[in-house]
Design a protein. Sequence first.
Lengths: 166, 272
Amino acid sequence: MRRGIGVLLMVGAALVQVTWAPRLEIAGAFPNLVLAAVVAITWTLGARSALAWACVGGVLCDLTSSGPIGPHALALLVGVYVIGVWIRNLERVTALRVAASAAVATCLYSAVLVLADDTLGLPVAPIGVAVQLTLAAAAYNALLAPFVFEVARKLHGALRTAPQPA
Amino acid sequence: MYSAKGQSRSTGLFLTLCAAMLLLAMLSQQSWAAGPRGMAKSALAPVEEVMTSASRQFDRLMSVFGDVSSLRAENQRLRAADEQLRRQVVELNAAAKENASLRQALDFVRASGHHMVAAQIIGVGPDSFSRTLEIDRGTADGVKPGMVVATGAGLLGRVREAGPHAAIVQTLADPQSRVNVYLSKSSLQGTVSGGPTVLQLEIQHTLGVAPSTGEWAITSGVGGTYPRGLVVGEVATVTRRDASTTDLAGIAWVNDPAGITFLLVITDFTPS
């Protein structure tokens, strides 16, 4: 049941990302809802769960983009793993930390995406353009992540207290 | 907070999933996997179509609400009447705009002499690196990878991948996109490359001839990727580089992907 809801929400996030989010474009970047969602899951449920959800979200992104299936998932996995290691010894969750982790995850995600495309022999964006887009996306996702985290935390609390079928 | 054992389990899971995704990427990139990959990518297309359509309806509603907010000082009856009239105007304007766009596209189809398939945009690429669009036409409609995509205004891009009922179009704004062009007045040749904000044109130096603003950049057909004669845009800025063998120009693209709702796929041009 919880996993079903999670999959539906992830599908929703991926679809919003490719249909509505580009309308909010600033400096060439637009919000990456799937990335913000997996960052929020890392803070809420821990790195292991977030790794699985990164795979689901990444494959959904791959299904809506050109090229092979896998690079977005791989890029999200690296971002989630690194921030998972970083936050595992932190005592307190603050909006600033969530925002910073989203920015770091975005930089890693972008770097892996470019590297994966290069490795797979796909055309790659010029380095200057890639850096500019990555920084803009990192700032955007950093602003978005605390709100997504708050939603994820409330949803997690609601699902935990909801009665489970016998 | 977490044990070392928990961390090593996370690392194990991470490495396993990374290996699985790499394998999936390598397998799905093979030519024999193009069919199943296209079918998998078409699976989300109907939902994307519904969401894109809903977003357009939302835009229409927002424009009506925007107009209404500026009329708060007026009395209720006038406001209601005004709202109704404005909604009609917005709808008529939208219909007129679409009508003009369709007429332009129809003229383009007649004038170009190419066979074309009209398609609607149902989604865009999920990241900022690739400026791609998803359309509601695929191999079942005769759309194949490599085909050139245009609007009534001019060149838009080319089909990168095609599933049975959806295809992914790489637009000229994609940083990886390249198209060879010539300028309408000076006849100088160059290459237009994509970018997040503006299209860049790199022009080869030719003795005694200089590019100027206001010239049109038109596909030259060199390279065989695009047919000759499609309008790309107007030269907006020119940067002379005496120390280099090329000059740079900024191109005001005739197409704004954010404002396009439908496009035309040229089905009878085969890129060499």
